[in-house]
Ligand binder design. Structure first.
Ligand code: NAI
Length: 349
């Protein structure tokens, strides 16, 4: 019957390598900026997810490694995935390459854009990176309007509102645009695990607010191991999580920002989205269109990904007095960064 037909269709889709796992999805995923510092390891980690049937690696034809090369390389992994590379060449051909690579995509991961240099803030990057994101997001609107578009490109706090508003104006669901803040939670978990002498898998600190400086608000009170850390140590730990990105920028000394840990975090979010699409609702913190905090149309909180993408945006839960105070500080900064995004959308639609 219907399920036999479904099985045979799925087998056909996977038949290029004779590999088939019936319990898994067969999704098409694109990594835009797939030849970059984040893009390459992110493509590797996504190619290893059994929910991925096809992976598109998209980048500029002047990228450090041609996307076709990244694709050829990843094509030899012992996974079911079929990998294809797409290069953005001459301007008039750009849209065609993006169209082929995005057609039928379920998830688009976007680490395309300039990374921060020492002394640069995420806001300095906004103009350059918003234009890069706009090109990708407009192509998603055209070729894969139902895909979840996960934006890694910084400054996330402003780029996500800008792009989600563009989706709204096209009559598309702004919740398809998801800001990737997973790395903040990954770092908070790691730092707590080190203090508590626990495996990081046993730690789960929600990080809410946004994804830059004081807008990054780890809720240590909501994790059972972190909650045991003396209150006097919390402000420094909080700051350590906020500054972790800058620590990597400084350690790389002008040669880029976090790439490997970001790829790990991006893949964690990407796999959660695909698990949801495949029928297993999965929850991660993410920065999305939201109504959990009054007057904040975009906010990071726990989000459950289901069969259509963002299924539920959860409230922030109970806060310690320190966290409640920090929330006000986070909101004051986030408000301005959201506004930059809204202004960009108003000026560029
Ligand atoms: P990178 O420079 O190594 O790679 C960026 C890639 O994007 C390059 O291969 C470049 O050719 C490509 N690219 C540029 N313009 C493009 C366009 N119009 N279309 C397609 N591809 C294009 O930079 P890296 O280190 O991979 O960082 C990428 C972005 O991720 C930066 O904006 C960075 O700030 C951000 N980031 C975000 C984090 C987060 O937690 N959300 C953490 C770390 C970085």
């Amino acid at each position: 019957g219907a399920s036999a037909l479904w099985l045979s269709q799925e087998r056909q889709k996977a038949s290029h390598c004779g590999f088939f796992s019936p319990s898994k999805g067969n999704f098409k995923v694109c990594v835009c900026g797939g030849s970059g510092g984040i893009g390459q390891p992110l493509s590797l980690l996504m190619a290893l997810d059994d929910n991925v049937g096809e992976l598109s690696v998209y980048d500029l034809n002047i990228a450090m490694v041609p996307p076709a090369g990244v694709a050829a390389d990843l094509g030899h992994l012992e996974s079911k995935v079929q990998v294809r590379g797409y290069a953005k060449g001459l301007e008039e051909k750009a849209v065609d390459a993006l169209g082929d690579c995005l057609q039928g995509c379920d998830l688009v991961l976007v680490p395309a854009g300039m990374p921060r240099k020492p002394g640069q803030t995420r806001d300095d990057l906004f103009k350059i990176n918003a234009n890069i994101a706009k090109e990708v997001v407009e192509a998603c609107a055209k070729y894969c309007p139902n895909a979840v578009v996960a934006l890694i490109v910084n400054p996330v706090n402003s780029v996500v509102p800008a792009m989600a508003e563009l989706y709204k104006k096209k009559g598309l669901d702004p919740k398809k645009i998801v800001g990737v803040t997973t790395l903040d939670g990954v770092r908070a978990n790691k730092f707590v695990a080190e203090i508590a002498k626990e495996h990081p898998n046993n730690v789960n600190v929600p990080v809410i607010g946004g994804h830059a400086g004081v807008t990054i608000l780890p809720l240590f009170s909501q994790d059972k191991h972190a909650a045991k850390i003396p209150q006097a140590e919390i402000p420094a730990l909080d700051k350590h999580v906020q500054d972790a990105g800058t620590d990597v920028v400084n350690a790389k000394n002008g040669k880029g920002s976090a790439t490997l840990s970001m790829a790990y975090a991006g893949a964690r979010l990407g796999k959660a989205v695909l698990a949801g699409l495949a029928g297993t609702p999965t929850t991660e913190c993410a920065y999305v269109a939201s109504d959990v905090e009054k007057d904040f149309p975009y906010f990071t909180s726990k989000v459950t990904f289901g069969k259509t993408g963002v299924e539920k945006v959860h409230g922030i839960g109970s806060l310690s007095p320190y966290e409640a105070k920090r929330l006000e500080e986070a909101k004051a900064a986030l408000k301005k960064e959201i506004q930059s995004g809204l202004d960009y959308a108003a000026a560029n639609s």
